[in-house]
Write a protein that binds this ligand. Structure first.
Ligand SMILES: Nc1ncnc2c1ncn2[C@@H]1O[C@H](COP(=O)(O)OP(=O)(O)OP(=O)(O)O)[C@@H](O)[C@H]1O
Length: 301
């Protein structure tokens, strides 16, 4: 069990705010840390890793206190990062360029058996003597992941580890992460903005806004709160409304795609160009309705 009850003052671009958490995270799960840029996600992970100190609070992992602010006669405890058994993978790979894959792993912990095991698990077996410059992005990220596991952490902290990779490589590494999680039973926290990644990997999502956790739910609860018969629903924006005889259509931009949806005369009267709408299906036909406040807005991730 992870108990994170901390506070830290942050100096944001749009003014100061405080990162405040009061969380319990059970052992062995994969938790997504999501939220808009600047909401405190990286700082939250850095506090867990011991790379940033909170002003006050309490952080305990599996019964061991990692941080405790001074409070009355209670002494301050602040374990150094190397005392915390937390592995950390940042967005950049931060590998040592002059060292081979094997040497990069051994630098973290001088344990050749563990290095072999992790290289095997992450598909790096035949790249052990290769230097980072010769590796692809996905391979570098695998090395970073394997290296973060060398000290057998209890907690693995991943800060957008897959965001720079293409969709195919991302999917392969997500599968590897699930395999590692299954085999090592480690608790993982992963910063990600990718809803499909959250669905695939995580059993829980912490949604941060301005330093606070504004939602703490399963991916299903967060994204599909509105119970409907719709098989899918995408948020879009109306670019054009067309009428030809008695047929009306709306051209809707969904990401980089344009979709033309047939609408009825009532919708033709009420919808406007620029409206935010939700495209769904009913009996296999696309349907359109105005975006409402209780729809999950994926731009908040
Ligand atoms: N040690 C610190 N002391 C005070 N303020 C900080 C500290 N570290 C970061 N901040 C500020 O806190 C805010 C949140 O930063 P953070 O990197 O945690 O956000 P984030 O949610 O990870 O953003 P992004 O998704 O863009 O990476 C930023 O405005 C940053 O400047």
């Amino acid at each position: 069990m992870l108990v994170v009850n901390v506070r830290k003052q942050l100096f944001g671009a749009e003014g100061d705010f405080s990162l405040t958490t009061d969380l319990e995270i059970p052992k062995g799960g994969i938790t997504a840390v999501a939220g808009p840029s600047g909401s405190g996600k990286t700082t939250f992970l850095r506090i867990l890793a011991g790379l940033t100190s909170p002003e006050e609070g309490f952080l305990q992992v599996d019964g061991r206190v990692w941080f405790q602010g001074r409070d009355g006669r209670r002494p301050r405890i602040n374990l150094k990062p190397q005392q915390r058994r937390a592995g950390f993978v940042f967005q950049g790979y931060a590998l040592f360029p002059h060292m081979s894959v094997m040497q990069n792993l051994l630098y973290a912990a001088n344990d050749r058996d563990m290095a072999e095991k992790l290289m095997e698990m992450t598909g790096l077996g035949n790249l052990r003597d290769v230097k980072p410059a010769q590796l692809s992005g996905g391979q570098k990220q695998r090395v970073a992941l394997a290296r973060s596991l060398m000290q057998q952490p209890e907690l693995l902290l991943l800060d957008e580890p897959l965001s720079a990779l293409d969709e195919t490589m991302k999917s392969v590494l997500q599968d590897e992460l699930l395999k590692i999680h299954r085999e090592l039973g480690i608790t993982i926290l992963i910063v990600t903005h990718d809803s499909s990644e959250i669905f695939k990997l995580c059993d829980r999502v912490l949604l941060f806004e301005k330093g606070r956790v504004v939602a703490d739910k399963t991916p299903r609860e967060l994204f599909v709160e509105r119970a409907t018969t719709q098989k899918f629903a995408f948020k879009g924006e109306i670019l054009e409304l067309k009428s030809f005889d008695a047929i009306h259509t709306a051209v809707v931009a969904i990401g980089n795609n344009l979709v033309e949806v047939v609408i009825d005369s009532h919708e033709r009267g009420s919808l406007r160009i620029g409206d935010k709408v939700v495209i769904g299906t009913k009996a296999f036909n696309p349907t359109i309705r105005r975006f409402e406040h209780h729809d999950f807005d994926f731009s908040r991730l």
